[in-house]
Design a binder for this molecule. Structure first.
Ligand code: AMP
Ligand code: MG
Length: 495
């Protein structure tokens, strides 16, 4: 018998059991009932995570039943939480878990279903999720974890056997798609927006309760100021990590920023193939490009400022100074990270800027460029053209070689041990990232009933820093067709 402990214990529950979408003033969460999947089918199961959670192979089938909406057979207390948020820079009021339901805690971790039906926070939507976006969330969560980037995780993915209606590009062409439920796992799914909603509605008692709950459970012994400092530091680190691997979240609204500094809510995200700081895959954001790759750092800062405004309403000390430390935190993490990527001990801002221009202007592949540098370190003959999308002229090649010479001189000046440096670079520069087109190809194959490429992808994300039979085939530039194909370079919030 699987037993989950109730989550959000001691916080305020909204006492209305109609389950209909509504405002839930003063509440932290509402009780919900996940919908039973009509014909559940296991598609993915994270053995790694299950093992880490102490779930035995013999219990797997029971878990799968639970995670496809049969919670009444088990001991659970499903809830949806209330939060608000700034969407694309504008306050949007109450949002909340519109299709996420926390079943409870297991080994101190929140077990959450995404796509199991309506909650009081579903607003005009259906509370369901389609296979396409659920698979993208599952793959990316587990890939991120193995890349060493802070993230929520995914335990399993089930097809529900139900069809869900979606207008993928909001252009009037709605179509039925396969429904799915992704089970997410994290110590907590608390977001900046959870605090904002109370401050915005002058619910100071409720905000204080939530802040105390957060500190007791996740930042023990800290004051509000210390907690905010830790959130600021972790968020700065997360931004530096996203830049290290070339990740674009796509929808950095304040409701999509984790209080624990985790990557959360994988929607229209993407990975940089060609290094383009202005790139975003999110079609909803094409005009403003608010959440483009390079803007993520300042958006995180802006979002922290919104969190600060909320916390300030229940904190006597000014939080301004803590917030002001964000740029310093970020630059220190980022400089350290770039230094590791280059096998250097330290790295100046000028050196980083020069490299940035080179990668941008010659259209370097974010991943292959660094792996090629590693080959240079090994004394191998390299073809730079294999790591750049621009057709390199002699002048371009000379520019790259000049930079490489400078880099090598820097390594000598800093007296780096080539063996050690290579090891450090190997841990900072993945061989494999789940490029958008790769996941799209897996989805195409699934559509044809073929799971082979999905199984291979699962093996590739398991060891992203290792050159092996599963990662090697993808150590090439993204194909031309992928730059224009929907699902590869363009995605919408429709999920
Ligand atoms: P997102 O942009 O995915 O972070 O979602 C923003 C808000 O919309 C959150 O409150 C979500 O819970 C809600 N939402 C997104 N998709 C759905 C859906 N299919 N059904 C209900 N709520 C949804
Ligand atoms: Mg969200």
């Amino acid at each position: 018998m699987i037993k989950l402990e109730a989550a959000y214990k001691g916080l305020r529950e909204y006492k209305d059991l109609t389950g209909r979408p509504q405002q839930t003033p003063g509440a932290h969460f509402s009780r919900v009932t996940p919908e039973k999947s009509p014909a559940p089918k296991e598609l993915c199961w994270s053995n790694d995570l299950a093992k880490a959670m102490g779930i035995n192979e013999t219990d797997k089938q029971s878990w799968l039943r639970l995670l496809s909406g049969n919670q009444e057979e088990y001991h659970t207390t499903p809830v949806a939480t209330r939060y608000g948020g700034h969407q694309f820079g504008h306050w949007a009021g109450q949002l909340g878990d519109g299709r996420a339901m926390t079943l409870g805690l297991y080994e101190g971790l929140e077990i959450q279903l995404k796509g199991a039906g309506l909650t009081p926070y579903s607003r005009g939507a259906d509370g369901k999720a389609v296979l396409r976006s659920s698979l993208r969330e599952y793959i990316c969560s587990e890939a991120m974890f193995n890349l060493g980037v802070p993230t929520t995780r995914a335990l399993c993915l089930v097809e529900t056997g139900e069809q869900v209606l979606r207008d993928m590009f909001y252009d009037g062409n709605a179509a039925y798609e396969k429904g799915a439920i992704c089970t997410r796992v994290a110590p907590s799914f608390l977001r900046f927006g959870h605090y904002q909603i109370h401050a915005a509605n002058h619910e100071l008692e409720e905000l204080t309760e939530l802040v105390n709950f957060t500190i007791d459970n996740y930042f023990p012994g800290m004051s509000i100021e210390e907690m905010f400092k830790e959130v600021t530091r972790r968020t700065a680190f997360l931004m530096s990590e996203w830049m290290r691997v070339g990740f674009v979240h796509g929808v950095m609204n304040t409701d999509n920023l984790s209080m624990l500094g985790l990557t959360i809510d994988y929607g229209p995200y993407g990975w940089l193939d060609r290094f383009d700081p202005n790139w975003t895959p999110n079609t909803t954001d094409f005009r403003e490009r608010r959440y483009r790759f390079i803007n993520q750092v300042s958006i995180a800062y802006w979002n922290l400022a919104q969190l600060k405004e909320a916390l300030q309403t229940v904190c006597l000390e000014s939080l301004d100074e803590v917030l002001d430390q964000f740029p310093e935190y970020f630059h220190s993490f980022y400089q350290e990270s770039v230094a590791k990527k280059l096998g250097l001990k330290t790295c100046t801002r000028e050196f980083i800027d020069e490299l940035f221009d080179l990668k941008y202007e010659l259209q370097a592949d974010m991943t292959l460029f660094y792996r090629t540098l590693m080959s240079v370190m090994e004394g191998k003959e390299v073809s730079w053209q294999d790591a750049f999308y621009k057709d390199l002229s002699d002048v371009d090649n000379a520019r790259i070689n000049t930079w490489v010479t400078k880099w090598q001189r820097e390594q000598k000046l800093q007296r780096v041990d080539p063996m050690i440096a290579f090891g450090v670079m190997n841990e900072a520069n993945p061989v494999f990232i789940p490029r958008n087109y790769i996941v799209q190809m897996v989805l195409d194959d699934l559509e044809k009933g073929d799971e082979t490429s999905l199984r291979n992808l699962e093996k590739a994300i398991a060891n992203p820093y290792e050159l092996n039979e599963f990662t090697r085939p993808f150590l090439v530039k993204a194909p031309d067709w992928s730059t224009s194909r929907p699902g590869c370079s363009t995605l919408s919030c429709s999920s």
